[in-house]
Design a binder for this molecule. Structure first.
Ligand code: ATP
Ligand code: MG
Length: 266
């Protein structure tokens, strides 16, 4: 579903070059639910922008649903839904339902199919009560559920989320998590989730990829991740260990997990 091969992206600002993503390779199969972790500035959002065609890579190759994202952005839009927790893709002054209607027109979704899909998402995400409210008047949790609905109205096989639970209260967070779990399990939607909330990872993701300084530092199951630290380590302890060890020596690879991980790369 997603193939990334030696991907790189640099930014040059006033003569200073930042290697936001470097030599990154991984694959994601259809139906996987993958957590994409890393410390602040690790390159997670930059990767997501390349996967969705917002940014072009400076090196390497990637395919999402068989398409080169930056060259086939329109074709890819039909196959992928994206949620950026930090900013909305909805129209600020329009009622939520009008934003959805605009999205229907943009994606040329048939009116009947759209109605069914919207009814389904309304029930699952509990947004029926504020469909007529302008987006700017919504609370963060309401807006986030609106954004997730908007990303899924055209029923894409892939969903990419960049910090969708940021700032949500425990009940809203549980609702979003429950929805994502069902979307993956029942609909078979392939999900890539970036989050700093390790509770999201623990409850949702079978596989975790961790990047640091733009490079893949870990790729394996949650159990593999825990096994990085001796004893009965929590996921927090394992992630802290990886973040700190790369901070001490950012150019060397982090330690390998105890035994036989799917893959750990430098
Ligand atoms: N448009 C840009 N211009 C210049 N530098 C950028 C740009 N976007 C990102 N960067 C730099 O690239 C690096 C990776 O940024 P990115 O936003 O991908 O990190 P992140 O892993 O999403 O971090 P966070 O957890 O804080 O969201 C950072 O050093 C950042 O300053
Ligand atoms: Mg980010």
């Amino acid at each position: 579903m997603i193939e990334v091969d030696r991907l790189g992206r640099t930014f040059k600002v006033r003569g200073t070059v930042t290697h936001a993503v470097q030599d990154l390779s991984f694959g994601v199969e259809a139906g996987e639910f993958v957590g994409y972790l890393g410390p602040n500035g690790a390159g997670k959002s930059t990767t997501i922008k390349m996967l969705t065609g917002i940014l072009a890579p400076t090196s390497g190759r990637l395919r999402v649903a068989g398409l080169d994202p930056s060259r086939r952005r329109t074709a890819l839009a039909r196959k992928i839904g994206v949620v950026f927790g930090q900013r909305t893709t909805l129209w600020w002054d329009l009622p939520l339902k009008d934003s959805f209607e605009l999205i229907r027109l943009l994606y040329k979704v048939d009116r009947g199919a759209f109605r069914r899909r919207l009814d389904e998402l309304c029930a699952l995400l509990d947004i029926g009560d504020f469909l007529a409210t302008p987006v700017r008047q919504l609370s963060l949790g309401q807006r986030m559920r609106g954004d997730i609905t908007a990303a899924l109205l055209h029923d894409p096989p892939i969903l990419v989320l960049d910090e969708p639970t940021i700032g949500l209260d425990v009940v809203s967070k549980a609702g979003v998590r429950d929805f994502l779990r069902r979307l993956n399990a029942e609909n078979g939607t392939t999900i890539l989730l970036t989050t700093h909330d390790l509770g999201d990872v623990e409850r949702l993701c079978r596989r975790v990829m961790l990047i640091d300084h733009g490079r893949l530092a870990f790729d394996g199951t949650v159990a593999d991740l825990r096994a990085i630290v001796p004893g009965e380590a929590s996921i927090e302890e394992a992630v802290t260990h990886l973040y700190l060890s790369s901070r001490r020596s950012p150019r060397t690879p982090p330690p390998r997990p105890a035994q036989d991980p799917p893959s750990v790369t430098a």
